[in-house]
Ligand binder design. Structure first.
Ligand code: UT7
Length: 323
């Protein structure tokens, strides 16, 4: 008998304020047409004043708990992927733990920027497979609006805020690719590329800083590395691309999403796309897409899913799971 980390519930939270591309035309030399054509983004949500990453994460976690029919006390651990924690420390995950009224278990953040949710899923899977936890709330939550340089048109039009959560549960399984749950993970990073995407603040500067990106350079790495990690993860899982029901990619740019799907030999009909509505929400983008994809009726129990993401570091990876 094999233990698998199986999705028992999913949920998301998006801040109320929706900002269309046209809003940026008022303050920047940009157009709705440029943003749509180059990124596929049409609108994004921005957190309200006082709204925090941990608060949004807790809302997403509550939705996932409700979906699973479980209580906070049923959860052993919270793993929260974020690069925009409320404070330098404590972790946003412990703030979520407190907000949920959870006094048991343990909670920590994972920081792998846009690849954060894939890293968090992999870590949560390891906690479950090693018997350290039976139920893990895996969250991706970000308030990237707080680290935007609003005068930099090459970055500030691309990002958004939000949170998504997936509750993983240990279940006895057959040990085959037909099992529900996480079938494989593949993580990679290469710190030589740190200058391509970073925030120019932190404890070394005493400031929060702003996001800086050489977008076209990141783009150059993205399709190749995403297709490669997805292929490796599928090989590890013992599944082929033809068997995949859904690619649920990191939602940074529709052209990266299309290029990766093409490289994997899958049509766009098999890809969950939310970038038009959310923009790039970094570590929140995959759990948001999983939750929205489920709510749309795209993702159904038993579906074979490949998630893949790349971001600052560079850090990238993929997870294969059966819903
Ligand atoms: O999630 C983490 C990983 N991040 C990503 O995956 C992002 C990857 N990169 C991208 O998505 C794309 O590179 C961007 C959407 C950021 C940019 O698209 P691009 O096709 O790579 O354009 P570019 O950066 O090569 O810029 C083309 C032109 C430049 O003008 P010149 O030098 O050709 O005259 C930019 O100055 O577009 C200009 N530009 C803009 N024009 C209007 C840049 N931003 C804007 C803008 N509005 N907002």
């Amino acid at each position: 008998m094999t233990i698998r980390a199986v999705v028992a519930g999913v949920g998301h939270y998006l801040p109320e304020r929706v900002v269309p591309n046209t809003e940026f035309e008022k303050t920047l030399e940009t157009t709705d047409e440029w943003i749509r054509a180059r990124s596929g983004i049409e609108r994004r949500h921005f957190a309200a004043e006082g709204e925090t990453t941990s608060g949004m994460a807790a809302n997403a976690a509550r939705a996932a708990l409700k979906d699973a029919g479980l209580e906070p006390a049923d959860v052993d651990a919270i793993v929260l992927a974020t690069s925009t924690a409320d404070l330098t420390f404590p972790s946003a995950a412990t703030m979520v733990q407190a907000e949920l009224g959870m006094t048991n278990g343990f909670a920590f953040d994972v920081q792998a920027v846009c690849a954060g949710f894939v890293y968090a899923l992999s870590n949560a899977n390891a906690l479950i497979l090693s018997g350290q936890a039976r139920r893990v709330m895996v969250i991706g939550a970000e308030t990237f609006s707080r680290i935007m340089d609003w005068t930099d048109r090459s970055t500030c039009v691309l990002f958004g805020d939000g949170a998504g959560a997936v509750l993983l549960e240990a279940r006895d399984s057959g040990g085959t690719p037909a099992d529900r749950g996480i079938l494989s993970t593949d993580l990679n990073s290469d710190g030589r590329h740190r200058d391509l995407l970073y925030v120019d603040g932190g404890v070394s500067t005493g400031t929060t800083g702003h996001l800086r990106m050489q977008g076209n350079q990141v783009f150059r790495h993205a399709v190749e590395k995403l297709a490669s990690t997805a292929t490796t993860a599928m090989e590890k899982a013992g599944v082929s691309a033809e068997e995949v029901d859904w690619i649920v990619p990191h939602q940074a740019n529709i052209r990266i999403i299309q290029g990766t799907a093409k490289k994997l030999g899958l049509p766009m009909e098999n890809v969950v796309v939310t970038v038009q509505d959310h923009g790039n929400t970094s570590a929140a983008s995959i759990p948001l897409a999983l939750s929205v994809g489920r709510d749309r009726g795209q993702i159904k129990p038993g579906d074979l899913i490949v998630t893949e993401a790349i971001g600052g570091g560079l850090a990238w990876g993929a997870v294969v799971l059966r819903w």
